[in-house]
Design a protein around this ligand. Sequence first.
Ligand code: BGP
Length: 466
Amino acid sequence: MSGFPQDFLWGAASAAYQVEGGHDADGKGPSIWDVFSHLPGTTWQGTNGDIAVDHYHRFREDVALMAEMGMQSYRFSIAWPRLLPTGRGAVNEAGVQFYSDLIDALLEHNIEPMITLYHWDLPQALQDEGGWEARSTAEAFLEYAQLCYDRFGSRVKLWATFNETVVFIGHGYITGSHPPAVQDPARAVQACHHVFVAHALAVNAFRKSGIKGQIGFVNVLQPHTALTDKPEDVAAKDLADAIYTHWLYDPVLKGEYPAQLVAQTQALWGVPRYAPGDDALLKENICDFIGLNYYKRETVAANPDATGLKANHSGERNSGHQFGFKGLYKFVRNPQGVYTDWDWEIWPQGLTDGIMQVKARYGDIPIYITENGLGAKDPIIDGEVVDDARIDYLRMHIDAMESAIAQGADVRGYYPWSFIDLLSWLNGYQKQYGFVYVDHNDNLNRKRKKSFWWYQKVISSNGEQR
Ligand code: BGP
C-alpha cells in the first residue's frame, strides 16, 4: 500500500499562454504577454506564445492523451482576454465555448478540471488603465470571476484565483523581467495588495454563487536555507521567509498581513494603502485550500553588496540564478547543491519541509501540489524521448510528498508541471517539462515520452509503483 489516500488526485498542470496559441483567434483580445513578448529583447530568442503548442485547436487530441495516461485531474488556466477581450463588459462567446468544450471533454474522460483564473495574462486594456496598481483591476477581476462561475461553475469544483503572486508581481514590478517591466518595490507592494483584494472579492462571490466546490490560491513554495550559521546569514534567511512566505500566504490564509513587515513597508514607502473595508474583506475570505508550486529551495546570505538579478534563461549551467536586495539578502548557489541546467537546485526534502512549514503556520489547510517538475533539454535516443532525469526528479518529489502525508499533512493532489512541453515564459520551448513531447519541426506533432508510461503506472497504482 502506498501512503496516498484513496481519493488522492493524480494530475498535471499547464497555463493558457504557455499552451493555447490562438492569440488572436475568434475574438480574443491581447494580453500583456502578447504585447510584452513582441518587444525586442524581452524573451529567450524572441519566443512567444502566439501559436504555443496550439492546444486551442488540438485540445481534443491533448485530452485524449491525458486520458490515456490516466490523469484524474487537469489544472489549466483561463485566458481572461479570451472571455473578456478588453477585461470587462462585452463577452466573447467563442472564448467561453472553447473552455466549455474543454471542460466537457475532460469530464467525458473522468478528468476533474481545476481552473486557475489568473495565470498572468492580464488583458492589455486593463494594463493601459494602470493594471494591478489600479484598484479598478480588482473590480474587473471580480466581474471576470463571476462570469467564469456562471458559465462553468456547475461543472467545475476546484478553483484557484491566482498563480504565484511572487512571480508576476516580483518580476513585473521589482526585477522588471515580466510585464509591465516596472522596477519599484513600493509599486510592487501596492499592486500586490490589489491582487489580494481581487482574490478576496472573488472568494466572496464564489461562496455566494452556490458552487459545490472549493476555492484557493496558488503560491510558490520556496523554503530557504541560510548559507552559514552566521547571525547575518540567518537574519537574511528569516527575512526571505517573511517576504516570500508570510507576505504572500498570510493575507489569503489568515486574512491579514504579517504585522512587522507591513510596518516596515509602510514606514519606508507608505504602502500598502488600504481602502475602507479591506481589512474585513481579507479576514472574511480566506481560502478553502492552498496550492503549492514547488521546484527548488533558495540558499540565502546577507547582502551588503548590490541589488541585482542574474538569470539563466539559456540552459547553460552556471550562467546565473542569483537575486539580491542590497542590505537585505541575496540568493546564492549552495555549495553542496545539485543543480539543473537552468541553475535551479534539486532538493526534494524541501517539498516535505515546505509542506510541514505551511502546516505549522496555517494549521490543517488542505493542500494541493499544483506544480512540480524538471525543466530540461530531453535526450532523444532512436526517436524516443528518454527523460530519465525527469522520472528521477518526480519520483524523489513524490517520495517527499508521501513523507509529508505520513507526518500528518492533508495533501490531496499532485499536478506535475506539466502535461505537455510548452512555452517557458522567458526560456522559450527548449526548457521542456512535459510527459508529452511536441515536435516544433514537424507540425507540432505530439509524442509520448518515457515519463508518460512511467506516470501512467504511478497513477494506476495510486503511487505505489514508482
Ligand atoms: C512557475 C509557473 C509556470 C511555469 C513554471 C516553470 O513559476 O507558474 O507557469 O512556467 O514556473 O518555470 P519556467 O518556465 O520559468 O522554467
